[in-house]
Design a protein around this ligand. Structure first.
Ligand SMILES: [Zn+2]
Length: 416
């Protein structure tokens, strides 16, 4: 990963050019429930009670509503500066678990949304087989997520054969609790060499405890011992790590996808960023549940979380890079190709050099100003593979996508 050049920031008549940002973790349908799970139902509300709300929303989607929600989401991502999205996609079937015809109908909706908007898509169909570490069957709300290994590999092969310049297809293992070991090994052995592998891991303390009880090791330790984890892998969250796990991930070359606004929203815990940077680990960001669609806010909260618990400032720096903004943008740029499968060198975000919050900016401080000064959007243009997808801060589908999204939301919210 160290052969990737450092970030080049340059000023042109159009504005400040920065690299395009990779969004390493997205569940598109969750855009429709952002802001709808913020009412206390129990003093002990947690990730697990949020998950019940999420399952109810997941149960309402069909290919048309998913396409409309994803199109709006991808327009918002492009306007915010994300040029690639890794879609960790697990709503595969009809609500009762019956496959659609074709079986890829929900995946197709995501591909169509990406193609319509021009965002690069790394589609990660999810293998989801069990309701817990104890091997229990999927619950009623999880049936539409499930596959056996054979059906999963059929879906994977169908989607992988459709890769094109703007589409990569990788594999997502939902989590260790949802994928038995033998299934994991069979799927990993069947994947083509170029396929990226993403997995949710160590997001919750209960997950760490269950894994210890059933598999005799913490989740990240178990994974590093049972799979050839390397630079093709992305570990999503990896919040709860001990010292040997931090060193082990860094050594493996895998990327950690940190999702700061979602992890804060869900009360997951805080990623041990400083120790991980000291170990030389690769990392990127994801908007995950889409309570925020802004690389600025993800990176800002990644740093602010560390400041709040250490009572110090300017934590995310590396030797030779004292600027926090530059360290953060470089971290994201370095992991992008390995995690997404795309060469993003022709992706750029252009910031409005005339914006008040960038007045007097230089190449040395423009990244710090972008991330730490204010909330006015200053993204003026976004280029994906050399094509301009956002002009004057707006995507051409801005209004159409919003109208279709509103209609889809009315349908989703009308279901009791
Ligand atoms: Zn996730």
């Amino acid at each position: 990963m160290h052969d990737v050049p450092a970030v080049h920031v340059r000023r042109t008549p159009a504005g400040w050019h920065l690299p395009g940002i990779a969004n390493l973790h997205s569940h598109a349908f969750q855009r429709a429930m952002a802001g709808l799970a913020e009412v206390q139902t129990d003093p002990a509300d947690s990730f697990w009670t949020w998950r019940d709300t999420m399952y109810r929303m997941a149960g309402r989607f069909d290919p048309d509503t998913l396409r409309a929600v994803a199109t709006q989401l991808y327009v918002e991502m492009l306007e915010a500066g994300y040029t690639t999205v890794c879609e960790f996609h697990y709503i595969h079937h009809a609500p009762d678990g019956t496959p659609y015809a074709p079986a890829s109908a929900m995946s197709d909706a995501l591909i169509e949304a990406a193609e319509a908007t021009g965002i690069r898509l790394t589609l990660l169909p999810v293998l989801y087989m069990r309701g817990g570490f104890d091997g229990r069957a999927l619950g009623a709300h999880q049936r539409r997520f499930g596959h056996d290994v054979e059906a999963y590999l059929r879906l994977f092969a169908d989607l992988h054969a459709r890769q094109h310049a703007g589409l990569r297809v990788g594999c997502a293992l939902h989590s260790l609790r949802a994928v038995p070991e033998d299934a994991m090994q069979t799927v990993l052995a069947a994947l083509p060499a170029d396929a990226r592998v993403h997995v949710h891991i160590a997001e919750q303390i209960a997950e760490v405890e269950d894994c210890l009880a059933v598999r005799g090791a913490r989740p990240v330790t178990w994974l590093l011992d049972h799979a050839q984890v390397d630079a093709r892998w992305t570990l999503v969250h990896a919040t709860h790590l001990d010292a040997s796990e931090i060193a082990g991930i860094a050594r493996s070359g895998a990327t950690v996808a940190i999702c700061p606004t979602t992890e804060a929203n869900l009360g997951d815990g805080l990623f041990p960023l400083r120790t991980y940077l000291d170990a030389g680990g690769a990392w990127g960001i994801g908007s995950d549940s889409h309570v925020s669609i802004s690389p600025v806010e993800e990176l800002r909260w990644l740093e602010y979380g560390q400041r709040l618990v250490t009572r110090r400032r300017n934590i995310a720096v590396t030797p030779g890079t004292p600027s926090v903004g530059r360290t953060l943008v470089e971290g994201v740029a370095r992991s992008a190709a390995a995690s997404t499968g795309f060469d993003m060198r022709d992706d750029h975000v252009v910031l409005d050099a005339e914006a008040a919050l960038l007045a007097g900016a230089t190449e040395h401080d423009v990244l710090d100003r972008w991330i730490f000064a204010g909330n006015r959007p200053v993204v003026r243009e976004v280029h994906v593979a050399g094509q301009t997808r956002v002009h004057d801060g707006r995507h051409p589908l801005h209004d159409v996508a919003a109208r279709d999204y509103a209609a889809a939301m009315h349908r989703l919210l009308a279901v009791s």
